[in-house]
Design a protein around this ligand. Sequence first.
Ligand code: SAM
Ligand code: ZN
Length: 232
Amino acid sequence: MWLKLVDVLACPTCLGELTCVADETSESGEIEKGSLKCQQCGKTYPIKHGIPRFVPEDNYAASFGYQWNRFRSQQIDSVNGTDISKKRFYSETGWTTDWLHGKWILDGGCGAGRFLDIASKNDCEVVGIDISTATDAARATLIERKNVHLVQGSIYEMPFRPQAFDGCYSIGSVHEAGRQDQALARNRDIDAILLSPDKCLVSSPATQPSVCFRDSRGQLCKRAGAVIEATL
Ligand SMILES: C[S@@+](CC[C@H](N)C(=O)[O-])C[C@H]1O[C@@H](n2cnc3c(N)ncnc32)[C@H](O)[C@@H]1O
Ligand SMILES: [Zn+2]
């Protein structure tokens, strides 16, 4: 865990400030082992294998952890020489490399990190949160990238400060009975951590239209490809 991650972290229970204690640091300066203590409620969260853990390691998504650690490189463009994830990332987010410059971006449900791989090729800081140990797979693949940060936690109990992020995407990770719009509407945590409400999108290939986001007035919209189909 790079120390600069603490700038955007907060206690998921009370949003209090966290103080970091490093027990082991790697040669490159990453905190490998330690803890984060909430200054407000006193809760302590461990940092293990370089990743802060805000949820019990064995939770309902443990099978995702198994899957992504077993097949961690299959979908990573940088490893397999394709541009499948790159095309999907830019077409679904609608973001440009110019816009990403200097931003803090959150990947909600990052899995093995196929979209972290794409986003972090830009000059921006990218945080991947996943409830499973998929975070460990993503870290193993992207360990050389100093602008990639990983957090094991839930997107329904965000361990981040209000307005910490310029943008958030969640691709293929939220399936509220197939309704990403409901997921986005329910998840007020996402609004809280964003600087601007229109910089969030949730998408799932399983449903049409596939992308759900907020417009500049904060209203929920759906988009298939580049076409806005309906405002909810
Ligand atoms: C189908 S995978 C997609 C991963 C990645 N976005 C991709 O496209 O390769 C869904 C991921 O969502 C994660 N997930 C499920 N519920 C979550 C929650 N409440 N908070 C954070 N991650 C969650 C799972 O652990 C899993 O890694
Ligand atoms: Zn707290």
